[in-house]
Unconditional design. Structure first.
Length: 510
């Protein structure tokens, strides 16, 4: 049978697969789960800081260790799903994710919180590649698949909206740990309904799961990300240099090993496809430019502009609304115009919006902030949906797990690097603020760790000194935020130019 014949048969099979849209509705619950977890942490950070009293460095680790571990394990978990079954891996991961959410909720120290977030990352690494790979196998019709991916992306954005709003409500009525417990009912529905509705799929020609490759990918990714984080925070140091060397060596060994294995953990030949490589690079750099800024935006709304948690969550809603809307129509728009114009145009819009945020100050009105967030959401919704479609349609469905894992690795690696680099810029600028006269040294030391620490430390001072300390800390925090926005804008605009050339001639299947 010809290649075109195979595609026709798959098209027919996918178009008539019963229950595929119900199965999709369960799959996107997993996406919602991970997106909610990622967004509520930023909102809960001021409360978590007050309770656990982490140092500035520990606070960054709490924020990014989840993404570090996910980035290091996604390729391995995508490959594992191809081998043991994507449905099985998804259900196991969802159960573990729910259980570990309880551990996060009841963490009693910064160290315990970091460990709990790392373990949650292990569970999270099983969810994302499984959902995209199952979509690739559920929907063989290209237009249906584009819509399904759009819904998948829209739910991730909806999670980004639901997380802060629900989290804000919980934070106003309960303790910060409650924001993690909202994962439990979602997990329960996913597991109970998914058992019946989601069809199993795996690669029929898989080989053994290569454990040395798993270790190399984990050590390589974490080593490189840790080195970037240390360089951004403290400049050149022996620790950063050793971590960088270890990470690069492990990743080099990983790539060489994949090229010699008969059944590699990751088929490196996927990267020969220019559209695949361009889409992956665009995802990585886009998230890098966005994530560090988003991580600190909730703190800006609460600790600088004085909004309550629920109000802060609602203030971030325009980004999610824009992303949901754009994600649902992205496939149609990309077929009407072109892949590269939609992706590059979306990224340029995000970059310009971040550039607008370089004018931010403590008293910036919400009209400007809300409009910028809306444009960020629309641009990101177009770009991420189309790049996900390009990545999935570039490979045979048997390799959907590996391709999805590469896509998600780029996303999570970008998030980890973004928080490490842009977050370290914000923290570095913040720590340099001048302590007002009359503030005791121990209070000043606590205030320089984080903005949340400054607000808490000021509570023990007389009103005049407290006001001066908080005002100085807020000004330094906003200065750092402006610089981070400028760096993010530069990264996004450069990525838009790169996408224009790398995605030249790329088309979505009709």
């Amino acid at each position: 049978m010809t290649i075109s014949g195979i595609r026709t048969e798959s098209h027919t099979e996918g178009a008539h697969r019963p229950g595929r849209w119900l199965a999709l509705s369960v799959l996107v619950l997993a996406v919602l789960l991970v997106a909610v977890d990622a967004t509520v942490l930023g909102l809960a950070t001021p409360f978590l800081s007050e309770d656990l009293k982490p140092t500035g460095s520990q606070l960054l680790w709490i924020g990014d260790v989840y993404s570090f571990v996910i980035a290091g394990l996604l390729v391995s978990m995508g490959s594992l799903g191809d081998r043991i079954g994507r449905k099985k891996l998804l259900l196991i991961g969802a159960t573990a994710f729910g259980a570990l959410s309880v551990l996060n909720a009841y963490a009693s120290s910064p160290e315990m919180m970091i460990v709990a977030r790392a373990l949650l990352g292990v569970a999270g690494a099983t969810l994302m590649p499984s959902t995209l790979a199952l979509i690739r196998n559920l929907f063989h019709d290209p237009r249906e698949r584009s819509l399904a991916i759009g819904i998948w992306g829209a739910m991730a954005s909806a999670g980004a909206a639901v997380g802060p709003v629900v989290g804000g409500f919980l934070l106003e009525h309960f303790w910060w740990g409650s924001v993690f417990l909202i994962n439990l009912p979602v997990m329960a529905v996913l597991v109970l309904v998914g058992i019946k509705l989601i069809p199993e799929s795996k690669n029929p020609n898989h080989g053994p799961w290569d454990l040395p490759s798993v270790a190399l990918s984990l050590v390589g990714v974490i080593g490189v990300v840790y080195a970037v984080k240390e360089l951004a925070s403290h400049g050149l140091s022996l620790d950063a240099g050793m971590a960088a060397l270890l990470g690069v060596a492990a990743l080099t060994w990983f790539v060489r090993r994949q090229l010699t294995l008969p059944a590699p953990l990751l088929d490196m030949r996927l990267f020969r496809h220019r559209g695949f490589s361009g889409a992956v690079l665009a995802d990585l750099l886009t998230i890098l430019g966005l994530s560090g800024l988003v991580f600190f935006l909730s703190q800006f709304f609460q600790l600088v502009q004085g909004r309550q948690p629920l109000e802060a969550g609602l203030a971030e809603l325009p980004a999610a609304i824009g992303a949901v809307t754009a994600g649902l129509v992205a496939g149609v728009v990309a077929r009407r115009f072109s892949v590269r114009s939609v992706v590059a145009g979306g990224l340029a819009a995000v970059g310009l919006s971040l550039a607008v945020l370089t004018t931010l100050d403590q008293h910036t009105g919400y009209a400007l902030l809300g409009a910028s967030l809306l444009v960020v959401g629309v641009g990101a919704g177009f770009a991420f949906t189309v790049t996900a479609d390009v990545i999935l349609s570039s490979v045979p469905k048997e390799q959907a797990g590996s391709a999805s894992a590469v896509s998600e690795t780029a996303y999570e690696l970008g998030a980890a690097l973004g928080i490490a680099v842009l977050g370290s810029i914000v923290t570095g600028v913040y720590r340099g603020f001048a302590t007002p006269a009359g503030v005791p040294s121990d209070v000043a030391s606590a205030a320089h760790e984080s903005l949340g620490g400054a607000v808490e430390a000021a509570g023990g001072l007389d009103p005049q000194a407290a006001t001066a300390l908080v005002a100085s800390a807020q000004e330094a925090f906003v200065d750092g935020l402006r610089i981070a926005a400028g760096v993010g804008a530069a990264v996004l605009l450069a990525t838009a130019v790169a996408a224009w050339f790398l995605l030249r001639g790329q088309k979505l299947e009709k």
